[in-house]
Write a protein that binds this ligand. Sequence first.
Ligand SMILES: Nc1nc2c(ncn2[C@@H]2O[C@H](COP(=O)(O)OP(=O)(O)OP(=O)(O)O)[C@@H](O)[C@H]2O)c(=O)[nH]1
Ligand SMILES: [Zn+2]
Length: 187
Amino acid sequence: MSKDSFSEQDWKRFLTSLGEDPDRPGLAETPHRVTKAWKHWTSGYDQDPVALLKAFEDGAEQYNELIVVRNIPVYSHCEHHLAPFFGKATIGYLPKGKIVGLSKLTRLVDCFAKRLQVQERMTVQIANTLMEVLEPKAVGVVVKCRHLCMESRGIRTPGEETITSAMLGELQPNLALRTEFLALARD
Ligand SMILES: Nc1nc2c(ncn2[C@@H]2O[C@H](COP(=O)(O)OP(=O)(O)OP(=O)(O)O)[C@@H](O)[C@H]2O)c(=O)[nH]1
Ligand SMILES: [Zn+2]
């Protein structure tokens, strides 16, 4: 099934299955809006995460400490329920000659978040892509999210936060570096 084949007609059928009249004024444009909204929420499938990270060397020569960007917004959907999960990501890396425009870290998070996800996979994908493109000494990613599939249904635990992390390169054996990164990442 191609990606575009879930169409406005399908959303119209969905509304009908709820017992709604899809032609009433309030719903008449809904299939069009929802199709457009889901295209946006899944637009990460059309992006190449490697291509969007334009690494460069000019400026990185003498920089040998962690670079950390905190509180990057995450808006994703869980692949189990198609329910939103949202929160923040913090990314840190210890460069080895190559750096990347800071905004590209936010674009990278968005690229993986705008797919159907589990938080664990998204966290690892972000870290692995940075490792592959920048070949830094270390990459750390911490993601903290609320999952509406747990809050508004199912177990119903409002306010619960799920924290996932990926630590690659020197962040694995080097406890002092890990402690420093986690201190910088803390709210
Ligand atoms: N590990 C992980 N689990 C997730 C994530 N998002 C949602 N889930 C969980 O996916 C699980 C799906 O469980 P199932 O038993 O198949 O589905 P369910 O009957 O709807 O489960 P309940 O939510 O417990 O009612 C649930 O435990 C969700 O909390 C995620 O990002 N990571
Ligand atoms: Zn879910």
